[in-house]
Design a protein around this ligand. Structure first.
Ligand SMILES: Cc1ncc(COP(=O)(O)O)c(C=O)c1O
Length: 436
């Protein structure tokens, strides 16, 4: 490892006076107004005008009939997964999940909150490898997975870093096999996809759709999430489950297991103040992406790709991928890493450490789920078939594993919409120096 501060390549650079973040909340003032409104009117609870307003505004923006405000994107994903489980396999006993013994095909390069609800519901996540065009679920690998496990009826798909996945292909495969799709649009609110010639927002593309207002997202409530749907019945069920599944009795009466997952009217006030700025945030993120693309074009790297004909990302995070022949040595253990420098080459480890040294925050690519210790025993399907157990003492090469490759060579760049062009130029300069 290299002492970056004393490395002559970084001579003359000073740390940023205040940290440049990966993606931090950007407040505009209206948030305070709606939080104050909630407090002054005493709607300091999980009911109130802020909740009603954001449900209406987001449903309208995304183009769905109904939105249910929840405490987190994870809560939305849990209830979406439970809804799908009930529809496919019926109501479960109180101590059992709705997916008991069932396989669910899941995005592999995503945040674990996308797919943990499969485990909450006692199902088995089967991870589907990633394609290189958008870094999302590979339709070829999904098709392969249906060949191997044709009785699977549920898919959980995330749009990584705000870039829509190949929905047209994936929906066609799902339809062919009679499978439902849970769409995790937590990172992609405001991104659009052209499905069969019609532009549709992410968050309106699945059978069950979820977004997040986590502090690092394109707009935030400090926390919070939403379930989005065109089904009145599903909307009502999620409202019921998220408020402890109360029946219409004078006392607490329960026919179903309940959850305390409803959004707070205070949190909804922050979201309400943010919604008018969603487009502005997307424009800022897009400018950041394009500035990186231009500034890094002379280096042996590429940016996180998208399909410009079929999609408009929200550019939530800008990422780079180092060309294979420009990769310096970099090995990762389960919790630590080791990297070294070779002139003309670099590694995610070196770049992330270098920018951190000057007080800018990047992040490794989300580690693929099939590589996570918790899911090590779960199946992983690539375009070639079973992605596990392919190594061999006698034959070189272990076949495709696109997610592992993107994790190995990629990284997320500082993408905060308050980062100035001057600050971004310095980040770009640091990355250049890494390759010297
Ligand atoms: C892809 C993805 N899914 C789900 C979540 C979970 O959302 P929340 O943090 O609101 O629970 C996140 C991020 O937080 C995410 O990035």
């Amino acid at each position: 490892m290299i002492d970056i501060k004393n490395d002559p390549r970084f001579k003359g650079l000073e740390p940023f006076p205040s940290r440049v973040w990966l993606s931090s909340p950007t407040m505009h003032g209206d948030e305070q107004r709606w939080v104050d409104d909630a407090i002054q009117t005493n709607w300091v609870s999980t009911v109130g005008r802020n909740i009603d307003e954001i449900e209406k505004a987001i449903a309208e923006y995304v183009g769905v009939q109904y939105a249910v405000g929840l405490s987190a994107g994870t809560a939305a994903l849990h209830l979406a997964t439970k809804l799908a489980g009930e529809r496919l396999f019926g109501m479960a006993r109180p101590n059992e999940g709705t997916l008991q013994g069932k396989r669910v095909f899941c995005s592999d390069v995503t945040f674990d909150a996308s797919i943990n609800p499969v485990a909450y519901e006692d199902g088995e996540a089967v991870f589907i490898d990633t394609e290189r065009d958008t870094w999302n679920m590979d339709p070829a690998a999904l098709e392969k997975a249906f060949e191997l496990y044709p009785d699977t009826k549920l898919i959980v798909l995330a749009h990584l870093y705000g870039t829509p996945g190949k929905m047209e292909e994936i929906k066609a495969i799902a339809d062919k096999h009679g499978a439902l799709i849970i769409e995790d649009a937590a990172e992609s609110l405001g991104a659009k996809y052209r499905l069969n010639g019609k532009w549709i927002e992410t968050g309106a593309l699945g059978d069950y759709n979820c977004i997040s207002f986590n502090g690092n997202k394109i707009i935030t409530g400090s926390a919070g999430g939403m379930f989005l749907t065109d089904s009145k019945e599903d909307c009502e069920k999620v409202r019921k489950w998220s408020t402890q599944s109360r029946e219409a009795a004078p006392w607490y009466q329960h026919e179903e297991i309940g959850y305390n997952y409803r959004i707070s009217n205070i949190v909804a006030g922050v979201v309400r103040g943010q919604i008018p700025y969603l487009e502005e945030h997307i424009e800022q993120k897009k400018a950041i992406y394009e500035r990186y693309k231009e500034g890094l074009k002379d280096l042996p790297v590429s940016m996180n790709p998208f399909d410009a004909e079929k999609s408009v990302p929200n550019y939530w995070l800008s990422c780079l991928l180092i060309d294979e022949d420009a990769m310096a040595p970099h090995v990762r253990g389960e919790q630590d890493e080791l990297w070294s420098h070779i002139p003309g080459k670099s590694s995610p480890g070196e770049i992330l450490n270098a920018i951190a040294c000057f007080k800018a925050e990047g992040r490794p690519i989300w580690k693929p789920m099939h590589m996570q210790p918790i899911y090590r025993t779960h199946k992983f399907i690539t375009a070639e078939g079973n992605g596990r157990g392919r190594s061999n003492a006698y034959i070189a090469g272990t076949g495709a594993d696109v997610g592992a490759d993107i994790f190995r060579r990629g990284l997320c760049l500082p993408s905060d919409n308050k980062m100035t062009p001057e600050q971004q130029d310095i980040v770009i300069d640091i990355i250049h120096r890494c390759f010297q």
